[in-house]
Structure formats: structure tokens, C-alpha cells
Design a protein around this ligand. Structure first.
Ligand SMILES: [Fe+2]
Length: 403
């Protein structure tokens, strides 16, 4: 058996499409509620009996093609338990159950050692797809890797692009073919495009009857897109088709970095930006999206997860005069930092260049340009943030299987 078919065999012995490096199991211990698995260096995982049974890989429990679970908690008796457990000849965990659940059930399930380790380990967080965000300021921006658009079919280059985008919230791809299909080709390689009131794909160019400041020649102050929506798109791609104008420079700033700076410098201001609900409302003839949200939002682990800011879509403040004044001061200081030389970068996009950015982290904008001297045309679209992690897992799965 060659190496690739061997790894395929291993991956199919788990209830998903991923592959897991096998781990040496040193002992299995049966408890009244479940299984304890002991690995080298005294590492241990624990698996609840009823939950473990739901994730067995036999075809009556896990569909052999979809890999989705066919049974539910309703199939598992309340007194379900493990009668016996042992290490099988191939180093996996073999469990004999108290009850047979499905029509052809033998009452025995075998679990891959790497899958048990990966799904059960709670103290080790440094798994291969746990990529930490790296915050950046204007000086650091030059160190963020650029990606060559000429070698994009290569899985390694695509993986590098995804990792850079996850870490820094932004990546620039240079030298892509300048045609109308390129944006969609790159977006589709990452995941599914999210539609919006600006269309599935939008063209950012000067319009005589604009429905957004983006379609004028005015300066666009740093902002994120669709901050009036309940759920802001997690990713935005902007592809440069033409940029012949005087001006029209692209601007970017890392919102996470600015939040980190404020938290360290002025906790009162940070708390105001995290607590005060700002009203944002879109102003268009055919839509009326509104949301109330703080500028800085956190995830359920307390880490900064979203910066929401589009100053020309902010509605009048509400509250006592003192509250409004305190918040107004805080937002002004925040925006001063966003636009400071410490955090804001400015550069010219050339035809064939694409900015891929985390639209809930990176604030973007552009300088004013002349509507009469030369043309400026960017194509854009949105995706969700979790498309990145999904694409990364899939490309790594492909590289493991196919070398
Ligand atoms: Fe924008």
C-alpha cells in the first residue's frame, strides 16, 4: 500500500473528512460515565459514553458518503455505558457497549487514536489550524507577505495567502490577470460569495447617480462596509481593473491593533467604545437597514472580534448630554488614531492587484480622485470570515492526501 492510500484509509476511519496523525495509546480506562484514554507523556482525554457512541464510524451511525450522523441522543438509553475497552492491534481504542443501538449493531466500536486525541484534548490548544491574529501598525504593514497571483493554483501559495489573511486581517495579491472574471475566480476558490444590496459583485467606479459615497470621486474615510447590517460580512475582496486617476490611493488600518492600543492607554475610553450602543442606518432609496452596536465588540472568550465603524452612516446620539458628550469625545479620539500616521497606511493599487481583507477588523478607504482625468475601476465582493478556516482545512486535507 502506498503512502497516500494509507493516509486515505486512516482518514476514512473517522466520522469526518479530515485526517489525523495517529497517537500512541498507552492505556484505556473505563469509568461509569465514559472512557479515559492515556497517551505518552501522561496526556489524557475523556469521552462521555453516550456521546462517543453517537460518533461511531459504522455505516448505521455515520453515513458512509456524507459523514453526517444518522442517530441522535434519542437512540441512546439513559443507562448506556461501556462494558469493556482495550487497545486494538492497530493501536486504536476498541469499546464494547452495554447496549446494541442499531439493527445490525455488533455492540462494539473502534476509534482512531488521532481522532480521540484531537477531539478530546482540552488543555492543548495549539492545534494546526489555531492561527493567532497578529496586530500591525503602519510600520509593520510593509512586513505583511504579498502573494503572487501568477502561481495561485499552487496549494502551498494558496495556503500562504489564507494564513496571511487570518493572521493580519489583510493580504495583497499582485499580478492577477486583468479581466472581469478574476474577482469571482479568486473568491470562489475561498468560498461562497455573500450577496448584498450592492449586488453579488459590485463595481466601484464614478457614477453620476450614486447610491453610496463609494460611487463618487470623494475621499472615502476609513470605514468597514455594511456596518448597518446585523451581521457585517467577514471578508471583502477589492480587485483593481483600472487606476489611471490622480489620487485614488487605497488606505487601510488595523482596527484590532487600534483597540489594543486604546485598551492599554485609556481603559475608560476603551470601555465606552465597547459599551455604548451606536446607531447605524443605511441611507438608500430601496433599503433601510439599522443596527445598534458598540464600535468594539468581543467574542464569548472576551477577545476583540469586531470593529464596526462607518462615520457617514452613524445616526444621532441618544442619552443624557454628559453621556453623549463622553461618547462623542471617545469616538473622536478613536477616529483620530485610525487616521494617524501610526496606524493608517496609504498605497496605490495597480491593475491586477487585489486587496483581501477581514471586513470586521480592517478599516479601509481611499483618497479623493479627479472624475475627469483618467478612469478608476475596482470590482468587489463579500464573503464570510469562516470561509477562510474552511478553505484552509480543505487545502491542507488535499495536500495531505495528494502530497
Ligand atoms: Fe468600502
Amino acid at each position: 500500500m502506498d503512502k497516500s492510500s494509507q493516509s486515505k484509509k486512516i482518514s476514512y476511519s473517522t466520522p469526518d473528512f479530515s485526517s489525523y496523525p495517529p497517537r500512541a495509546i498507552e492505556d484505556v480506562v473505563v469509568h461509569p460515565l465514559g472512557l479515559e484514554v492515556v497517551y505518552e507523556k501522561n496526556k489524557r482525554t475523556f469521552h462521555l459514553s453516550r456521546d462517543l457512541r453517537e460518533h461511531a464510524t459504522d455505516p448505521e451511525t455515520t453515513h458512509p458518503i456524507t459523514k453526517e450522523t444518522l442517530i441522535s441522543p434519542l437512540n441512546i438509553p439513559d443507562d448506556f455505558s461501556i462494558k469493556q475497552a482495550e487497545i486494538s492491534s492497530d493501536g486504536f481504542a476498541r469499546v464494547t457497549w452495554s447496549h446494541k443501538i442499531t439493527p445490525n449493531d455488533k455492540g462494539v466500536s473502534v476509534y482512531h487514536s488521532g481522532w480521540l486525541y484531537r477531539t478530546g484534548m482540552i488543555t492543548e490548544v495549539n492545534f494546526e489550524d489555531a492561527i493567532e491574529a497578529k496586530i500591525w501598525d503602519a510600520i509593520d504593514f510593509g512586513d505583511i507577505p504579498k502573494i503572487s497571483g501568477t502561481n495561485f493554483s499552487d496549494n502551498k501559495e494558496f495556503e500562504k495567502m489564507l494564513i496571511t489573511l487570518i493572521q493580519y486581517g489583510v493580504v495583497i495579491i499582485k499580478g492577477l490577470p486583468v479581466n472581469e472574471d478574476t474577482l469571482e475566480n479568486i473568491a470562489s476558490k475561498i468560498g461562497t460569495i455573500r450577496n448584498s444590496n450592492f449586488g453579488r459583485i459590485f463595481d466601484v467606479k464614478y457614477k453620476h447617480n450614486p447610491d453610496s459615497n463609494a460611487y463618487t470621486n470623494e475621499e472615502l474615510l476609513l470605514h468597514n462596509d455594511l456596518s448597518t447590517r446585523e451581521y457585517i460580512p467577514g471578508l471583502q475582496l477589492l480587485f483593481c481593473m483600472i487606476n489611471e486617476t490622480d489620487g485614488g490611493f487605497s488606505t487601510l488600518a488595523d482596527g484590532f491593533s487600534i483597540a489594543d492600543y486604546i485598551r492599554k492607554q485609556d481603559k475608560k475610553m476603551y470601555d465606552l467604545l465597547s459599551d455604548y450602543n451606536v446607531s447605524f442606518a443605511n441611507k438608500a432609496k430601496t433599503s433601510d437597514y439599522r443596527i445598534e452596536s458598540p464600535i468594539i465588540r468581543h467574542n464569548n472568550k472576551g477577545a476583540v472580534d469586531e470593529i464596526r465603524w462607518t462615520c457617514w452612516l452613524r445616526s444621532p446620539l441618544r442619552g443624557s448630554l454628559t453621556e453623549m458628550n463622553d461618547f462623542y469625545e471617545a469616538q473622536k479620539k478613536f477616529y483620530k488614531l485610525v487616521n494617524s500616521i501610526q496606524f493608517k497606511v496609504e498605497f496605490k493599487l495597480n491593475p491586477g492587484d487585489m486587496i483581501c481583507m477581514d471586513n470586521r477588523r480592517i478599516l479601509h478607504g481611499r483618497s479623493r480622485f479627479s472624475e475627469t482625468h483618467g478612469e478608476r475601476w475596482l470590482r468587489g465582493c463579500y464573503l464570510e470570515r469562516d470561509e477562510l478556516q474552511s478553505a484552509l482545512r480543505v487545502v491542507r486535507r488535499d495536500m495531505r492526501w495528494h502530497g
